[in-house]
Unconditional design. Structure first.
Length: 256
């Protein structure tokens, strides 16, 4: 059974300390799952950008810093983080409900991936690949130097370059396509028949509290929008093993 390292990012555009509610989530998962919590900041990610540029793609740094939407940089940052360091990346507005699939991460050299949703392909955007099983990028889990993450980084670089050459202001659909879940979905769909990859569902609750949509990540500071619920009650519900979705309905979860 692997020792678990749960990795988060903070400070790529956010200013100040990590909010108390996020710290509570980190502490809760650390105690619940006996895992190590690591929070990586802007300097950590920019060092990895430099390293990747030197080792794999001489244009990568230029592409990274020319992206006008900071959430797209955060997408690339999470791929770099797990590619070089391994472990489990998790968004700050997500919480793991069931850790068991991730306890044998070393057995899956191309990672463990979470299905975010199943969609009607006719409802996808014009740029998105017509794949109904959409893979999340709010959780990413692979050992270090995973080839599938390297392919995700290369595909993201290609799409970012294409979008930058087009010019103009990036909208939310551009982010989803260039660096976000559509990249991950596209690559995972190509690799999903391999024996060294695990695709699962229902192990993570994502609250969609980030305020990146509609260009809000272009501002110098992006606040997190916390839902109106009692955190102590959330703990109690989680610890008692009640269904998260049922509790979510009760608290009126809103998606940004």
């Amino acid at each position: 059974m692997d020792s678990l390292n749960l990795r988060f990012m903070w400070g790529l555009w956010d200013k100040g300390d990590i909010p108390h509610k996020i710290k509570e989530r980190h502490i809760f998962m650390e105690k619940k799952f006996s895992c190590k919590i690591s929070v990586h900041g802007k300097d950590d990610i920019e060092n990895l950008v430099k390293k990747y540029t030197q080792e794999f793609d001489s244009d990568f740094s230029k592409l990274y810093y020319n992206i006008q939407r900071k959430v797209a940089r955060a997408d690339l940052g999470r791929y770099l983080l797990i590619f070089y360091m391994g472990g489990i990346y998790l968004d700050n507005d997500a919480i793991i409900k069931n850790i068991n699939p991730y306890r044998n991460l070393s057995s899956y050299k191309n990672g463990i991936w979470e299905i975010e949703k199943i969609v009607n392909i006719n409802q996808l955007g014009p740029l998105e690949k017509p794949i109904s099983k959409r893979i999340a990028n709010y959780i990413i889990a692979t050992p270090p130097q995973s080839m599938i993450l390297l392919e995700i980084l290369k595909e993201s670089s290609y799409r970012v370059k294409s979008r930058l050459e087009k010019g103009g202001e990036w909208n939310d659909s551009d982010i989803l396509w260039a660096t976000g879940p559509d990249v991950v979905t596209t690559i995972i769909d190509k690799w999903n028949t391999q024996s060294d990859i695990l695709i699962c569902k229902g192990n993570v609750e994502h609250f969609s509290e980030g305020t990146w949509r509609n260009g809000q990540d272009k501002t110098e500071f992006a606040n997190l929008v916390f839902k109106k619920y009692t955190w102590d009650n959330y703990y109690i519900t989680f610890l008692e093993g009640n269904k998260m979705d049922a509790f979510g309905v009760e608290i009126g979860r809103a998606h940004v």
